[in-house]
Structure formats: structure tokens, C-alpha cells
Design a binder for this molecule. Structure first.
Ligand SMILES: CC(C)(COP(=O)(O)OP(=O)(O)OC[C@H]1O[C@@H](n2cnc3c(N)ncnc32)[C@H](O)[C@@H]1OP(=O)(O)O)[C@@H](O)C(=O)NCCC(=O)NCCS
Length: 169
């Protein structure tokens, strides 16, 4: 079975808490991702995604398997001179890692963004130790554009950030 991308629903709350409350996910993303991930955090996130769809610079989607939430993927359009660029970010529930699901999710959200917006450039910043995420982006047709040396402070240490990019074909 393959994954689908769909909008968030308040009924996703329990799955969101169950799967997002994982330090192995939090270790690979920004500190804004709560850890521990509580019911209140899940509600806050669902409220943003559900109430803010109109005119939002963000596209936020559930990664779903047979309609059940198993992860999240989002695209944030930037501002000012960066307004034709968007950042993509994603996470997947640990029991589903290594099945090609996020590669498929990235392909789908990139296709949606290029089909429904005038975004020209999509990028992702990956911490230097996250080789699985780099592989995802390579498989989805992104290219390594830059390495920002010691740009990330995570877990009491500095890490390089690998910047991957894909342009509108
Ligand atoms: C990183 C993450 C998104 C990958 O999702 P996924 O669905 O497991 O990814 P895929 O199965 O599509 O592809 C993973 C690829 O990385 C490879 N991989 C996995 N672990 C690896 C490792 N430790 N070193 C090198 N490659 C690795 C897999 O073999 C696969 O490549 P392949 O198809 O060539 O064999 C997922 O593990 C996750 O959510 N991690 C925590 C949050 C996170 O890192 N978010 C991204 C922040 S930039």
C-alpha cells in the first residue's frame, strides 16, 4: 500500500501525539517541534493547520496510510525577495521508516506546489547526521546546493546544515 497526502482533521489528535512524541524525531528537526509532544501541542498544531487554510503561505498535509495519520509534511512559502522560494519539512512515525513513504510524500507535495502555486524553488535544510533525510531528497530529485558550516545548534553541539534544492522544471 502507498501513502496519500491529505489535510489535517481534529480526529488526528491521538495518532499525532502517539507518533510525534518521539525524541528520535525531535532530534532531527527544529526545536519548535515539541518534545515531549503533548495533547495540547497536538491540538495547537491541528488548530493552526485547520483554521488557517485560506490565504496561508503554508501547505500542511498529513502523510496517511489507509487514511490514518503516520506523519506530516509541510511547505512554507518565504517572504519579500525570497517569496518564490518555499521550505519543505517532514517527519514520519518511526514504525514506518525505511519503506520509501517520505520520498513519495516529498514527490507529491513538490508536484502539488509546482502545479497549484507559482513557487520557483523548494529547499530543505538537513542536519549533517541525518543521512536518511538527505537520501530522501536525492531520491525526490533535489540537489545539494550548499553546506552551512556549524549553522545548527542541537543537542548541545554545533552541526553543519546541508541545503538541498529543487527548481520548477
Ligand atoms: C528521515 C525520514 C523522514 C525518512 O523517511 P523514510 O520514509 O524512512 O525515508 P525513505 O524510506 O523514503 O528513504 C530513506 C532512505 O534513506 C536510507 N537510510 C535510512 N537510514 C539511513 C542511514 N542511517 N544512513 C544512510 N541511509 C539511510 C534508506 O536506505 C533509504 O534509501 P534507499 O531507498 O536508497 O535505500 C524519517 O526517518 C523521519 O521522519 N526521521 C525523523 C524526522 C526527520 O528526520 N525529518 C527530516 C528533517 S530534515
Amino acid at each position: 500500500m502507498s501513502i496519500q497526502l491529505r489535510p489535517y482533521r481534529f480526529a488526528d489528535k491521538q495518532d499525532l501525539v502517539r507518533f510525534a512524541n518521539n525524541p528520535r524525531i525531535a532530534a532531527n528537526v527544529r526545536d519548535a517541534f515539541p518534545s515531549p509532544y503533548t495533547e495540547a501541542d497536538a491540538y495547537r498544531w491541528l488548530d493552526i493547520c485547520i483554521s488557517d487554510r485560506e490565504n496561508s503561505p503554508q501547505i500542511n498535509r498529513v502523510i496517511a496510510l489507509d487514511d490514518q495519520l503516520i506523519g506530516g509534511i509541510g511547505l512554507i512559502r518565504q517572504r519579500d525577495v525570497y517569496r518564490y522560494s518555499a521550505e519543505v519539512g517532514y517527519w514520519l512515525a518511526e514504525p514506518y521508516w525505511g519503506k520509501g513513504y517520505v520520498t513519495e510524500a516529498v514527490r507529491q507535495i513538490v508536484a502539488e506546489a509546482f502545479a497549484t502555486t507559482d513557487i520557483h524553488r523548494i529547499y530543505a535544510g538537513v542536519f549533517s547526521f541525518n543521512t536518511a533525510s538527505m537520501r530522501v531528497l536525492e531520491k525526490a530529485g533535489f540537489a545539494l546546493e550548499a553546506i552551512h558550516k556549524q549553522a545548527v545548534y542541537k543537542g548541545d553541539a554545533y552541526w553543519d546544515e546541508y541545503l538541498y534544492v529543487k527548481f520548477r522544471p
